[in-house]
Structure formats: C-alpha cells, structure tokens
Design a protein around this ligand. Structure first.
Ligand code: F6P
Length: 320
C-alpha cells in the first residue's frame, strides 16, 4: 500500500482544513494510507506524524485555520534540519508528501523533491501571490472578511463624514487590497507593486469631498512603499480631511471558509491524492486556470513571474 502524508506550512488560510479532508479521503478512496504531519516542516523534522482515517477529518471543513497546525520553520532551511526531515520520511516509509502553503512552502517542497520525495504542492495563502494559479485557497474568504470590515467602517465613517485608511495584509502582494478595494468601493488602493503618488491620492480625495462624498475608504496593503500610518498622516496634513487608521491584521486570516474556498480546496485536495496514483517521479503544483483544476511542474510554477491586474486599480478609480 502506498503511504503519503500531508502538512500545512507558513501562514494559515481558511480552507486548509477542507484541503486536508479532501487529500485524506481521496487517498483512502484510492487505497493509500495517509499521515497528517503536525506543525509544517517543524513537525516533519520532529516526527509529528499521525495516521489518518476517514473520521480524523470529520467536522473540519467549515473550520478556519488548520487543525494540523502550521509553522514557519527556520530549522528546515539548515542542512541538518533538512536531513532530519528526509530521515523522518524514510523512517515512516512515506513515499509522497502533500504540502499546503505559499511560496516559501513550495520552495521547501521543491528541495524535498530533488532529494527523491514525491511532492504535490497546493496553494494555501490569503495573499494569492502564486501566479501559476488564478486563485489560492483562503483568498476568497479573506476578501470577504475585508469586505465585511469595510462595510462596518463605512457606516461609522459616513456618520462622522470622515475618511479611513484601512491596512490589509500582503507583504509583497496587492491582490487582497485590489479585490477588496474594488468590491468594497474604495476610493484609493495602494499596493506594493506600484509607486505611491501622494498628489494624485490627495487630489482624488478632495475632488470627492467637493462632489459631496460622505466618507472615503483608502485601502493600503501592508507592504506598500508607504506605511498605512504615514499615508494617513500625510493625507491629513495635505488635505485637512478628518481621517482614521484601521489595521485589520490577523482577523483576515481566520474565519469559516466561503463556499468558493471549500470548493477550491476540495477539488485541489482530491486532485493531489489522485496524482500519487502515477508511478513516476511526481513534483507538481496543483492550481486552477479558468474553471479547470490543473497540475503544473512545481519548479515551473514557482518560476512564473508574479503579476497583478493593473486594470483593477484603474477600474476602481473610474467607478468609485
Ligand atoms: O500568510 C501570508 C501573510 O498573512 C501575509 O499577508 C502577512 O504579511 C504575513 O502572512 C504575516 O505573517 P505572520 O502571521 O507570521 O506575522
């Protein structure tokens, strides 16, 4: 019987539990045995391995976070830690590993694959910063969480006729800011991929005020060239507008996954299990392109240049 294992790594994302469930039940369906590894690559090093049954993943799909726990492992980056991880996989006779995480986790997976482990990586990150796939697990839920926050902030902001700079997550990626900004009706969206034009921002806000706007929403990604706090201060200094700053923080990473994320996680998780039916060396990244679940070469997937859709900012400017 083939033995595979699944772990979650890096920042958690809503829908990871749904993915673990689909991997587990998909593997059992195909008569493989499956282990859950706790605490990401740290658990791989420490032998935090637990055999999973159908019931191990019951009542988990609707829960945010990851019940397997996750970690950002510095030890895995060292030659000793990496070797320990390989030894542990050999000890438990694990042939294949499903890694659910972001860019850094994918890179760890690629190294394991070079050392002879069959690897399938699933994109699990609210950042949606892996360009080989249209969407990552967790992104849709995070967008909706930000939207909910924007709605509440808009209520109080309108009552007081003031503006708010809302900082959203995304150290290197503006995807969350772009999607939440456009769908939340933000006047301004500031992302790490673009330079910051303070004159343009202030002009837009003043013109809005002159048109009788009751409030302003400025969405600023955490990795933007200007901090959200400096942005708010600069706007106040330049325009005299009454502004507040709200940093949403980790609230964006929690919560029950949306239907869209559960669907994505279920389809991707099952696909991962299915890939291990092949006998050959496997080193794949599962993604979604259009409506199709696809399996790409992992190294090529990591290599796809990160892009963003500039037209979303332009559209937000036109219709907000
Ligand atoms: O998982 C991605 C992410 O949420 C980024 O958007 C954010 O910059 C980072 O993780 C925060 O990480 P941590 O929870 O380790 O502080």
């Amino acid at each position: 019987m083939k033995k595979i294992a699944v772990l979650t790594s890096g920042g958690d994302a809503p829908g990871m539990n749904a993915a673990i469930r689909a991997v587990t039940r998909g593997a059992l369906y195909h008569k493989m045995s499956v282990y859950g590894i706790g605490r990401g690559f740290e658990g791989l090093i420490n032998g935090d391995f637990h055999e999973l049954e159908m019931s191990s993943v019951s009542d988990s799909m609707q829960r945010g976070g990851t019940w397997l726990k996750t970690a950002r492992s510095d030890r895995f980056m060292t030659p000793e830690g990496f070797q320990r991880a390989l030894d542990m996989l050999e000890t438990f006779e694990i042939e294949g590993l499903v890694i659910i995480g972001g860019d850094g986790s994918f890179r760890g997976g690629l190294e394991l694959s070079k050392a002879g482990i069959k690897v399938v990586a699933l994109p699990g990150t609210i950042d949606n910063d892996l360009s080989y796939t249209n969407y990552s697990i967790g992104f849709d839920t995070a967008v909706n969480t930000v939207l909910y926050a924007i709605g509440n902030i808009r209520d109080t902001s309108s009552s007081h006729e003031r503006g708010t700079v809302i900082e959203v997550m995304g150290r290197h990626s503006g995807a969350l800011a772009l999607y939440a900004g456009l769908t939340g009706g933000a006047e301004i969206i500031v992302i790490p991929e673009e330079t910051v034009d303070i004159n343009k921002i202030c002009k837009t806000l003043i013109q809005g005020k002159n048109r009788g706007k009751q409030h302003n929403i400025v969405i600023c990604a955490e990795g933007a060239a200007i901090t959200s706090s400096a942005l708010k201060d600069t706007i106040v200094e330049r325009t005299g507008l009454d502004m507040r700053l709200v940093i949403l923080g980790h609230i964006q990473r929690g919560g029950s996954p949306t239907a869209r994320d559960r669907m994505l996680a279920s389809r991707m998780g099952y696909k991962a299990a299915e890939l291990f039916l092949e006998e050959d060396k496997i080193c794949k990244a599962v993604g979604i392109q259009g409506e199709q679940i696809v399996a790409c070469d992992l190294e090529e997937a990591i290599g796809v240049k990160r892009t963003y859709d500039k037209s979303i900012i332009e559209l937000a400017e036109i219709i907000s």
